[in-house]
Design a binder for this molecule. Structure first.
Ligand SMILES: *[C@@H]1O[C@H](CO)[C@@H](O)[C@H](O)[C@H]1NC(C)=O
Ligand SMILES: *[C@@H]1O[C@H](CO)[C@@H](O)[C@H](O)[C@H]1NC(C)=O
Ligand SMILES: *[C@@H]1O[C@H](CO)[C@@H](O)[C@H](O)[C@H]1NC(C)=O
Ligand SMILES: *[C@@H]1O[C@H](CO)[C@@H](O)[C@H](O)[C@H]1NC(C)=O
Ligand SMILES: *[C@@H]1O[C@H](CO)[C@@H](O)[C@H](O)[C@H]1NC(C)=O
Ligand SMILES: *[C@@H]1O[C@H](CO)[C@@H](O)[C@H](O)[C@H]1NC(C)=O
Length: 487
């Protein structure tokens, strides 16, 4: 379909860190599979978050990050680092009430690497979770643990910070060690930091759990290199084989990657995960190997290469996030609302046709749109004309860079997939106040304008996925969605 230059074909995509996608000094535009020198940004997390960062900066960083991710997903040329830095500069200077300087050379006055945003920035926001939740998240390495899963072949999904990322614990090696792994439906490579891991900015890969011959007697190295570039960072290393256990299902000698170089957004001690598991289709894999769910299925450990997600919302305080392999967890959704639609993406992403979009119950008239459903993206990134139309209907506005809604908005948005309408909780459309001290003013919206993919192609992340049960099936090349059961 719309995927053009193989040269840009995705290197895999990743997670959008609302909390801190930053463009550091060493960042630069990234042709495909360069030498293992990484790319973009740092970011993340919650500890030691400066309290004086403006939420607008956070949002611009986020938008920049999402733009790059979408560009890679759609095979188009991503915005240059220079352009992204310019956007950050502009935003910074607008905030300061000063005109933006022209940005002749990247890396001038503004060191984006120092800007981290955290939960502090969401104070006053309607979705602000209780203090207890925040403290819990902060104390546990930025993670809020999930309850035990409610069906077989499942893992709880811990929530990073304020619905930033979703992380499960698996076991690898002999003896088996626990690894915290980010679960991403928008990429297709699985890797863990290696015992000899170095940060691309120097030094070690932080306070993580690593894998290698010293810690695992069943570890078998290979000389095959791999490299994955995400919207927010990159890793490089070699393929290996080892024992991998996922929810008690054991893969013998599974082939995956150990990263010997990680960019700071993976290597930093403040990053609350040790590796990443891509759960798109292996046609996207840079490692050219089966994904874990495909291997579980081909080894007969699960009936089909199905991955199902219950993406939880921190403010609900239910901690019921879960990923299920080989089937769906029928306790998480209303059975007669389940719809299954074709995956329309040729590359291996999960992309479904949106039949209709309704705003406050009325049809918006938008047709022919598709949604790339990505657990690794936090908000929704929509071409500006569509974003504008949606925001007008919702009572908000967009400028060229950002959409906002009144923080008091109760407007509703719903997408129809497979003939069934899925409503988004109005509060999910309110990310955080534009002015931190004015929680009833304007809020940065959960829809942001970017024309990087095809004009009809929307990148739809957790803002939507928190409102539906989401399942993918490699064998049938299909996507299923269902309404969530009442807690
Ligand atoms: C889970 O697995 C156990 C043991 O195989 C089985 O007895 C039980 O019925 C399964 N539960 C569900 C919900 O499938
Ligand atoms: C490193 O991680 C361990 C376990 O996650 C934790 O107990 C320890 O305090 C951490 N150390 C530092 C220096 O962050
Ligand atoms: C895994 O690989 C090791 C080393 O190559 C080999 O000895 C072992 O038999 C393999 N195990 C399985 C189950 O294939
Ligand atoms: C990936 O694997 C397939 C089959 O195993 C092979 O035909 C193809 O050349 C491989 N591609 C790369 C880039 O290694
Ligand atoms: C396979 O996908 C199609 C849509 O592409 C759907 O209609 C069908 O129900 C799916 N089959 C299964 C077994 O899920
Ligand atoms: C928001 O809208 C819903 C559905 O229309 C309604 O039930 C609810 O009472 C509204 N909440 C507020 C605060 O207006």
């Amino acid at each position: 379909m719309k995927f053009l230059t193989p040269a840009f074909i995705l290197v895999a995509c990743f997670l959008d860190y609302v909390l801190g996608v930053v463009i550091p000094q060493q960042a630069r535009r990234q042709p495909v599979l360069p030498t293992p020198q990484l790319i973009t940004l740092p970011l993340k997390r919650v500890q030691n978050v400066p309290k004086d960062i403006h939420p607008q900066m956070l949002m611009q960083q986020y938008i920049n990050h999402a733009s790059k991710r979408l560009a890679r997903m759609t095979g188009r040329q991503e915005p240059s680092e220079h352009q992204l830095r310019s956007e950050l500069h502009k935003r910074l200077y607008i905030l300061d009430g000063r005109p933006a300087p022209s940005l002749a050379s990247p890396g001038s006055s503004f060191n984006a690497g120092n800007t981290r945003l955290g939960l502090a920035a969401t104070q006053g926001h309607g979705k602000q979770p209780s203090k207890g939740s925040i403290n819990n998240a902060a104390e546990n390495g930025g993670l809020t643990s999930a309850n035990p899963p409610t069906t077989n072949n499942s893992l709880g999904l811990a929530i990073e910070a304020n619905d930033v990322a979703y992380i499960a614990t698996i076991q690898v090696g002999t003896p088996a060690q626990d690894f915290k792994i980010l679960m991403d439906s928008g990429s297709a490579d699985f890797w863990i930091g290696s015992e000899n891991c170095q940060s691309s900015t120097g030094g070690s890969c932080g306070n993580h759990t690593f894998l290698g011959p010293q810690s695992s007697s069943s570890f078998v190295s290979s000389n095959s290199p791999f490299q994955v570039t995400y919207g927010s960072g990159a890793v490089a290393g070699t393929l290996c084989q080892d024992q991998v256990s996922i929810a008690g299902l054991s893969l013998n000698n599974h082939t995956f990657g150990v990263a010997s170089v990680e960019s700071p957004q993976f290597s930093s001690s403040s990053v609350p995960f040790d590796g990443l598991m891509g759960l798109a289709q292996s046609t996207l894999s840079q490692q050219n190997v089966s994904t874990p769910v495909e291997s579980l299925a081909s080894n007969g450990l699960i009936p089909a290469a199905i991955t199902s997600f219950k993406i939880s919302r921190l403010s609900d305080q239910l901690n019921d996030g879960e990923v299920t392999f080989g089937g769906l967890d029928s306790s998480k959704f209303v059975a007669n609302t389940l719809v299954t639609i074709s995956n329309v993406n040729q590359q291996g992403f999960w992309e479904g046709a949106i039949d209709a979009v309704s705003i406050n119950g009325a049809d918006s008239g938008l047709t022919g749109r598709t949604a790339i459903l990505d657990t690794g993206t936090t908000v929704m990134v929509i071409p500006p004309a569509d974003a504008q139309q949606l925001m007008q209907g919702l009572g908000g506005t967009c400028d060229s860079q950002q959409c906002t809604l009144p923080c008091t908005s109760n407007s509703s948005l719903a997408f129809t997939f497979g003939g069934s309408s899925f409503a988004i909780d109005p509060s999910d459309l309110l990310i955080l106040p534009v002015q931190p001290n004015n929680p009833t003013g304007d809020c940065v919206a959960g829809i942001q304008p970017q024309q990087i993919g095809a004009a009809t192609q929307w990148l739809v992340g957790d803002v939507f996925l928190k409102n539906a049960y989401f399942s993918t099936d490699v064998g049938n090349n299909s996507i299923s969605l269902a309404k969530l059961s009442a807690p």
